[in-house]
Design a protein around this ligand. Structure first.
Ligand code: UD1
Ligand code: CA
Length: 483
């Protein structure tokens, strides 16, 4: 980054120490998830994308959990500093000041509970403050219902002079529909001086960060940068969380549509999921975690995928549930298939209805088209697994593997008692319980030989009919029971 880049020397300070009382939760508010990721992640990510050199997150309530999460999600790109008592948003920034690096020229001040914030808006904000070297820059927006937000007070010339919190505002100030969404950028020398002058003379007896706006106006100038209300909403309760999430699902889907994927209304695609060109995601589909859908793949109605990689041209028929698995090119899965963790389906594999797999590798072209349990298996290329096959993988203590060779054929209603290996090209007759290895090209058959008795059926039926009549007569003669 060149020294003239307006973003150079910007450190983000993100406030996340509050309890979030209005969530009525034992978890810290900023760890509540939206589209599969904690609220806080969206803010940290927007700040880094906007060009912040690093992010300092002020933690307090649930600090261990929040810190552990940040380390896992962002490594050394996000640092934390502790605010042990929550004495207000201004106090929270005071706690972060000693952690700022000497290179920081400006501080991007954000709240951890505004997850819809866009990197583009933050870039524009940073540039607006920079042009003219204002003490402070802030995003502003107009709301039809400004309830709950700090109102922006301007003088006759239109210059911002203060932010007034709703609970401290006069009736006239409450009527103002321009609000403070809570994203500001301040020159560092101004910020440290202004923070030192904060007083808790407000309804909550807290140090309000928003009071630095009046300090900036008194000392110099405040740049304001308008932004769309939809991207600035704060999440204070679960209804606002639901609304923010609905809005983010639309943002994610629209982003993927712009990239050439067809995303039907009603699909729920979490943040971070990839969907390539010409893939189709039908309604009611849920895609979570590190899921990646390849070009031209089709995920039909009601499928739920978590951490699944689907290669190009694959087709998942309705209501298939897949977790931690990979599905190869042009494979067919479902309807109603269940791929449990570590299922690996190579190209052209077919897995049909009511087939459950777990820790099983189906090699190229293998097929298991109807109701089967395939746990801990390795299924060779072009092998065919018949309906009703069960890999008996568990002896009550340990899991064991079933290995099927290339082109092996397992007749319907068979069981393989693992550990067992069935060789290349071998054939397991329908209804066989395989307890010993089958050599390549061998036939395993374990069912009882069939016996046909000529003319026996009418005699059998007569006998059964007479027995039924006797039972009915006996029931009639019996005195009624007292129950
Ligand atoms: C705040 C703003 C308000 C703005 C609104 C936008 C203040 C005083 N008010 O109100 O002008 O319109 O956000 O959404 O800043 N936090 C701490 N330490 C504290 C207190 C809060 O870290 O001591 C954190 C919270 O965890 C939260 C954020 O700061 O992530 C905002 O606090 P919150 O109580 O939600 O402020 P609002 O009432 O929403
Ligand atoms: Ca808030």
């Amino acid at each position: 980054m060149s020294p003239r880049d307006p973003r150079a020397g910007v450190t983000a300070v993100i406030l996340a120490a509050g309890e979030g009382k209005r969530m009525k939760s034992s978890d810290p508010k900023v760890l509540h998830e939206m589209c599969g990721r904690p609220l806080l992640d969206f803010v940290v990510q927007a700040a880094l994308q906007a060009g912040a050199d690093d992010a300092i997150v002020v933690v307090g309530h649930g600090r261990d959990e929040v810190t552990a999460h940040l380390t896992a999600a962002f490594g050394d790109q996000a640092r934390t500093t502790v605010q042990s008592e929550q004495q207000g948003t201004g106090h929270a920034v005071q706690c972060a000041l000693p952690s700022l690096s000497g290179d920081a020229q400006a501080v991007l001040l954000l709240y951890g509970d505004t997850p819809l914030v866009q990197a583009d808006d933050l870039r524009a904000l940073i540039a607006a403050r920079n042009d003219g070297d204002h003490e402070l820059g802030m995003l502003t927006c107009q709301l039809t219902d400004p309830t709950g937000y700090g109102r922006i007070v301007r003088d006759e010339s239109g210059a911002i002079v203060a932010v007034r919190e709703q609970r401290d505002a006069s009736d006239a100030e409450r009527a103002i529909d321009e609000v403070n969404p809570g994203m500001m950028v301040a020159r560092i020398d101004f910020l440290s001086e202004a923070l030192a002058t904060l007083r808790p003379d407000n309804d909550q007896g807290e140090l309000y960060l928003t009071d630095i706006v009046a300090a900036a106006a008194a000392r110099g100038t405040v740049a304001s940068q308008p932004a769309a209300a939809a991207t600035l909403a704060g999440v204070n309760d679960r209804a606002q969380l639901a609304a923010a999430e609905a809005s983010m699902f639309n943002v994610i889907a629209d982003g993927l549509r712009k990239g050439g994927a067809t995303i039907r209304q009603g699909a729920r695609i979490d943040a971070g999921v990839q969907v390539e060109r010409d893939a189709t995601i039908e309604h009611g589909v849920v895609l979570r975690g590190a899921t990646c859908i390849g070009p031209g793949a089709r995920i039909d109605v009601g499928c739920v995928l978590e951490n699944v990689s689907v290669a190009s041209g694959a087709y998942l028929k309705p209501y298939s549930v897949c977790t931690d698995s990979t599905i190869g090119e042009n494979a067919r899965v479902g309807p109603f298939s269940h791929l449990r963790p570590n299922s690996q389906l190579d190209a052209e594999v077919h897995v049909g209805n009511f087939v459950e797999t777990k820790q099983t590798h189906l090699r190229r072209g293998a097929k298991a088209n109807h109701l089967a349990y395939l746990g801990d298996g390795d299924i060779g290329e072009q092998a065919n697994v018949g309906a009703g096959t069960i890999f008996c993988n568990y002896d009550g203590f340990q899991k064991h593997r079933t290995v099927l060779g290339r082109g092996a054929f397992i007749g319907s209603d068979s069981q393989t008692v693992a550990p067992v290996t069935i060789g290349d090209g071998a054939y397991v007759a329908t209804g066989t319980t395989v307890t010993r290895d089958v050599p390549a090209d061998g036939l395993a058959i374990s069912r009882v030989r069939q016996d046909n008795k000529e003319g026996y059926a009418p005699r059998l039926k007569a006998r059964l009919k007479a027995a039924a009549a006797r039972a009915k007569a006996a029931a009639k003669d019996k005195p009624p029971s007292d129950q």
